[in-house]
Ligand binder design. Structure first.
Ligand SMILES: [Zn+2]
Length: 410
């Protein structure tokens, strides 16, 4: 096999300090060495070299998106708040063909790669999209979603749902949507099904105040919506008295094999529970802003030591799949909430790389070290590398490498 060197003015391994004038040696899709360029040139004198500008990082990891809703990008600008915005999805779900889901997700993958993201926690509503990441050779997980099912309707569709899950080649997981769109016994069943199969879980959690009202008291906008759909949930009209995070825990959906999306409306006790369970939170600030869902307590998560990751959410609620735009938004939120600026840039870049890897349960992505997948991203920014990525990184990706192959050149 031949070795290729990827060199840049700044190499950010994430798991070790930045390397000025650094390089990464790649062989057969894996990293074999990381270090100063001059050392690697001596160690691999025959190696071809790809010289990049700016900052070379591990491929970014989008810890929450729905690539198969790329064809719903028009929802982003329709002005609807969350409680009515979400009600436009059932007709789309009913009308989209398997080929339509596949094409929409493939376009999402293409856009993601142009911004330096090489793996995603991708929630899949149409089973036709389950192969989108696998087909592009990505290391992400495609989580088949269950949504809008009470115990009776689930009985009618569950066999087909599990058949789609079990037939999917590639890396899949299970996404039980939320405690307000799935009846409690269905949530618990999906958690058990994931453990039986050794699959990871990825529910949404505490995204809106409506969700909190639903789980605590069984009332509010989502209770009204569920009644209108005719679905019958055990929490309707009474609630459980538990927060959304506690409700997910009661259903067995938290743990080191699960990560949640959003985590906006969480108490200190909820954050402690997430830490105790080893559950990573994927923060999606631009989606939360568009849907007027509220602001995640970024400063508290940081101060208290929660492991966080970054997600764009889908193009139905986010203006782009450029993860560094969400990183910049998180920086502004954290500072406004009183988080110290010192170390914040690095903490956020870690969230977008190794934090995402934790969310996916992998240790061979999100870092540059020997043995890791050669998934790389290059950003044409200058200055202190962590700060440059956070504050100037959006739109600056000039190179993306997946398993050693250059898949985007900007
Ligand atoms: Zn989502």
């Amino acid at each position: 096999m031949t070795v290729t060197l990827h060199s840049a003015p700044h190499v950010l391994p994430i798991c070790t300090p930045p390397v000025p004038d650094g390089a990464v040696a790649v062989e057969a899709g894996r990293i074999v060495a990381v270090g100063p360029r001059t050392e690697l040139r001596s160690a691999y004198p025959e190696a071809a070299e790809q010289r990049w500008p700016g900052v070379l990082t591990p491929g970014l990891i989008n810890a929450h998106t729905h690539l198969n809703y790329t064809h719903c990008a028009g929802f982003h600008d329709n002005g609807k708040p969350f409680a009515t915005w979400i009600q436009d999805f059932p007709p789309v779900i009913a009308a989209t063909t398997p080929e339509g889901w596949r094409a929409s997700a493939a376009e999402g993958v293409r856009r993601m790669l142009t911004t330096g993201t090489t793996a995603a926690a991708d929630v899949v509503t149409g089973a036709g999209a389950l192969g989108a990441q696998r087909d592009a050779g990505l290391a992400g997980i495609s989580y088949l979603e269950a949504v809008l099912q009470d115990t009776r309707t689930w009985a009618g569709v569950r066999d087909g749902w599990y058949a789609s899950l079990d037939a999917a080649a590639g890396v899949v997981g299970i996404s039980p949507h939320t405690p307000y769109t799935l009846d409690t016994p269905v949530l618990a069943e999906l958690g058990a099904a994931a453990r039986d199969r050794g699959l990871r879980l990825h529910p949404h959690a505490a995204e809106t105040v409506h969700e909190v009202a639903f789980t605590v008291t069984g009332s509010g906008a989502f209770a009204d919506w569920m009644r209108a759909t005719g679905l019958d949930f055990s929490l309707l009209g009474c609630g459980s008295g538990r927060t959304p995070v506690a409700e997910l825990d009661a259903a067995g959906l938290l743990g080191p094999d699960s990560h949640v999306a959003h985590g906006v409306h969480v108490s200190a006790a909820d954050r402690a529970l997430l830490r105790d369970r080893g559950t990573v939170v994927a923060l999606c600030p631009r989606s939360n802003e568009r849907l007027e869902s509220g602001e995640a307590p970024v400063a508290a998560y940081r101060a208290e030591g929660n492991v966080v990751a970054v997600g764009t959410d889908s193009l139905a609620s986010s203006p782009s799949l450029d993860l560094l735009a969400d990183v910049a938004a998180l920086w502004a939120l954290a500072v406004r909430q009183g988080s110290p600026a010192e170390g914040l840039d690095r903490w956020l870049v870690e969230a977008a790389t190794v934090g995402g890897a934790r969310a996916l349960g992998r240790d061979d992505v999100g870092v540059l070290r020997p043995g890791a997948r050669a998934d790389l991203a290059v950003f044409a920014v200058t200055g202190e590398p962590y700060a440059a990525l956070v504050h100037e990184g959006e739109g600056s990706c000039v190179g993306t490498v997946v398993a050693g192959q250059i898949v985007h050149l900007g």
